[in-house]
Design a protein around this ligand. Structure first.
Ligand code: SF4
Length: 198
């Protein structure tokens, strides 16, 4: 089982609906996000290209955040196989933030815990899709099991073709699961990590 997000960048309009839906679903304060949409540009005027790259926890196969956590607060839960944080066990040491190559974690100073996207596990338990998937205006986001050929994510990847499916650079062998669909006719994939933090 490899549950994750698949995001179709050919469809993403950069509207930030996913950002707002995430904030609402998790009751996040002003200025706090677990998901942000990054503008990606390449070329020199007038030959320029642009696409939008939503960024959140990549649900890494070999998650470095999980490997460095001294208390087991970050762990892969059994039912959905996703990496989550147990706030009760987190001591706020922030080692996971240093280990994460994708800037996908943030520190809550008030609670002294590190937090991140949890794929809306409370919604999953109720049989619902993550809030960002449910509320995406353009239908660009999918969630499910890449190993299940009947899942939305597997179908989206199969329809796009391997050459149009991308992952963030595998810095440090994290092996990120999140798949980004982008056809060259929309824009060339930029295979480099631009500075990013939540
Ligand atoms: Fe951990 Fe960062 Fe990978 Fe998410 S993106 S699993 S927080 S290393």
């Amino acid at each position: 089982m490899r549950n994750c997000l698949v995001i179709d960048l050919d469809r993403c309009s950069g509207c930030d609906s996913c950002v707002v839906a995430c904030k609402y679903a998790h009751g996040l304060d002003l200025g706090v996000c677990w998901n942000r949409v990054q503008q990606m540009e390449s070329g020199t005027f007038p030959d320029v290209e642009q696409y939008w790259l939503p960024r959140q926890c990549q649900q890494c196969e070999d998650a470095p955040c999980l490997n460095v956590c001294p208390t087991g607060a970050t762990y892969r839960e059994d039912t959905y196989g996703i990496v989550i944080v147990d706030e009760e066990a987190c001591i706020g040491c922030q080692l996971c933030m240093t280990a994460c190559p994708y800037g996908a974690r943030r520190f809550d100073e008030d609670k002294n815990v590190v937090e991140k996207c949890d794929c809306c596990i409370d919604r999953l338990k109720k049989g619902e899709q993550p809030a960002c998937v449910h509320n995406c205006c353009t239908g660009a986001r999918f969630f499910g099991d890449l190993d299940d050929p009947d899942s939305d994510v597997a179908k989206a990847v199969a329809a796009a073709g391997e050459e149009n499916c991308h992952r963030l650079p595998d810095n440090g062998g994290a092996n990120p699961r999140t798949v980004y669909i982008l056809h060259a006719s929309t824009a060339a994939w930029i295979d480099a990590l631009k500075d990013f933090s939540l």
